[in-house]
Design a protein around this ligand. Structure first.
Ligand code: SF4
Length: 334
């Protein structure tokens, strides 16, 4: 059974946050002033168990979901994530991937691949140790993340996708260095326009470096050309180096919204389902899961939610929408 929303968009991708905790405090996602010692993170008994996540994912698969991405917070902080990976891999999905800040990847990559993970996406906002430390705001060394990427490559979790959120006046002078570092490596850097996710990152349009400017910066030194998407609804636009040294991606939520092809749903670590990254509310699945709902009940709930979906936040973004009480990215994953 395939579901389609009010704009004919299929439900194809499920992003599953398995923790709202992180060991970084990136200013565009989890600013330290808000996510401090007093911040109340989700208690363990509120988190969906791996069994509940796997059961729900199997229901989603039956409704057309082909790709699952495990996210957080920082998912590798959740104990036993390899077991969840093995359970999800057992469902026979087309793709099973994970987004991480790379801090724990060096030690975990091999076991994750062994468990059945296909690929990883690593957030890396700068190669400059000082800028990187400033952006993650916990002084974590960039060298450890680079070693984590090497470990992922060695474990076969390839191509590794490297996400760089570009913020004007913070790390934008590192765009070319990032592109050149991964050129010819087979790994793919995706340059992400700084987004007004959540309600706590102080987003301003002035801090956004539009995709065209990023492209111009790179193509001035290394000519690139656009290439077709790998599949409908792919988040990043693809650009290939003319000299065959690989490709880069651009995530253009601000300058070129891509809601028309958005096939993504997001599940929070405590079982709330959101149909947009910029949503202000979601639907709770933990209560029905823990009060005897059948798979048919869950299927019905998902179908009703998705078939009524109208989300197109990025197309409607304005000075008003920016201040809506949107769900935090650290709570539902990117
Ligand atoms: S803004 Fe919402 S609907 Fe648009 S692409 Fe992002 S998640 Fe999808």
């Amino acid at each position: 059974m395939k579901l389609a929303d009010t704009r004919g968009r299929a439900l194809r991708d499920l992003r599953i946050s398995i923790t709202d905790r992180c060991n970084f405090r990136c200013s565009y996602c989890m600013p330290k002033e808000i996510f401090n010692r007093e911040y109340e993170f989700l208690q363990r008994d509120l988190l969906l168990t791996f069994e509940e996540i796997t059961r729900l994912t199997s229901v989603f698969k039956g409704l057309g979901v082909e790709k699952v991405r495990i996210t957080g917070g920082e998912p590798l902080l959740r104990r036993g994530v390899e077991r969840l990976v093995a359970d999800l891999a057992g469902l026979g999905l087309d793709d099973l991937t994970l987004t991480t800040n790379g801090s724990l990847l060096r030690r975990r990559a091999a076991a994750l691949a062994e468990a059945g993970l296909r690929r990883v996406t690593v957030s890396l906002d700068s190669l400059d140790p000082a800028v990187f430390a400033a952006m993650n705001d916990v002084d974590f060394p960039v060298s450890d993340v680079l070693e984590g990427i090497e470990a992922a490559v060695a474990a076969g979790l390839t191509p590794v996708k490297v996400n760089m959120v570009v913020k004007r006046g913070v790390n934008d002078d590192g765009i070319l260095a990032m592109a050149e570092h991964f050129r010819g490596s087979g790994n793919i850097v995706r340059f992400i326009e700084f987004m007004d996710v959540g309600s706590s990152n102080g987003w301003r349009l002035d801090d956004v470096v539009p995709a065209q400017e990023i492209l111009d910066t790179i193509s001035a030194k290394h000519p690139i050309r656009p290439v077709a998407a790998n599949y409908p609804g792919e988040v990043a636009t693809r650009w290939q180096y003319v000299d065959g040294q690989g490709e880069i991606g651009l995530v253009t939520s601000i300058s070129k919204p891509f809601c028309a092809g958005c096939t993504r749903a997001r599940l929070s670590a405590e079982g709330v389902l959101y149909t947009c990254l910029f949503a202000t509310s979601g639907v709770d699945f933990r209560a029905p899961l823990r009060s005897g709902a059948s798979d048919d009940d869950l299927r019905q709930m998902i179908a009703e939610l998705w078939e009524a979906r109208t989300d197109r936040y990025s197309e409607l973004r304005s000075g008003v929408t920016v201040n809506l009480p949107k769900v935090e990215m650290s709570y539902i994953g990117g």
